[in-house]
Design a protein around this ligand. Sequence first.
Ligand code: CAA
Ligand code: NAD
Length: 283
Amino acid sequence: MEVKKFMVIGAGQMGSGIAQVAAQAGLNVVLHDVKEEFVNRGLGVITKNLTRDVEKGRKSEEEKQAILDRIVLSTDINNAKDVDFVVEAVVENMDVKTAIFKQLDEITPTHAILASNTSSLPITEIAAVTNRPEKVIGMHFMNPVPVMKLIEVIRGLATSDETYRIVAELSEKMSKVAVEVNDFPGFVSNRVLMPMINEAIYCVYEGVATPEAIDEVMKLGMNHPMGPLTLADFIGLDTCLYIMEVLHEGFGDSKYRPCPLLRKYVKAGWLGRKSGRGFYVYE
Ligand code: CAA
Ligand code: NAD
């Protein structure tokens, strides 16, 4: 099967990035969210990124326009009726994701592949609510999508070799590198990354050091491009908390307990960059 029409569900920071790289790869893209203001915001981010590329001489104005022309906005899920491939990138919540996969299974053509950009949730469980578990797969892009090379590809229990092959080809077309992993909570990326971020939050909680000092230690001492608290704010503290909860519940091991300070910030609506405040304040 050749993927021509590609749909992204959720036009937040990940969904808009995924729509951008898919359109750059020459695919016709439908970018869908629940409200017009959300899809417009997503398209605004894509336009800003492409404008920077033009200013830096990496793309011509015509290329930018051709990429934008390949993106169609949607607030009606029925627009999935003629797509070949869907990537879901909505909030990290199993009930929300399974409700969407049930709908997509009914609306999309039977040949369509249904992928999730979930950071940590079991692909096998998402696939089980559909009648096509062999065509369900994890396609985990990294943030910021236009910059990061990796796509962690997660096979559910029933994912077919053909589905994996199409996703690996698509990743290459998007100039990304696909790395195959199996379906365990947090996969590899967030099983390794998120406990480090959670531990950095414990350091703030226990008064070991200030957020600035913790970030400085990891940047200067370990050559990380961003300190763990800057990165947590960048990812979204709500997403960090959901991932820790998936690890904690999935493994039943107390080493994954989310730091109480992380819970407190999320309850306060301090979600990091996207809400203007997290460990740092953003203009
Ligand atoms: N969208 C698009 N492009 C972006 C961007 C964004 N949000 N942020 C930065 N860039 C681009 C910049 O435009 C710049 O490109 P040019 O200068 O060539 O135009 C380039 O990236 C470098 O940016 P900066 O010079 O401003 O800053 P930097 O050198 O610190 O790089 C960074 C920015 C690439 C984000 C870097 O800080 C970094 O790698 N941070 C860590 C990111 C990371 O760990 N991501 C994974 C998060 S975990 C995840 O995604 C999985 C999950 O499930 C939670
Ligand atoms: P976000 O909050 O920026 O965006 C989520 C978007 O989904 C919002 O625009 C919201 O309106 C939309 N949405 C919610 N319910 C919807 C529905 N029923 N139908 C259509 N759209 C709906 O979140 P994000 O950071 O883009 O994360 C999205 C997914 O990607 C999550 O599963 C997250 O774990 C994963 N992820 C996040 C990162 C990261 O660094 N933030 C990295 C990799 C993967």
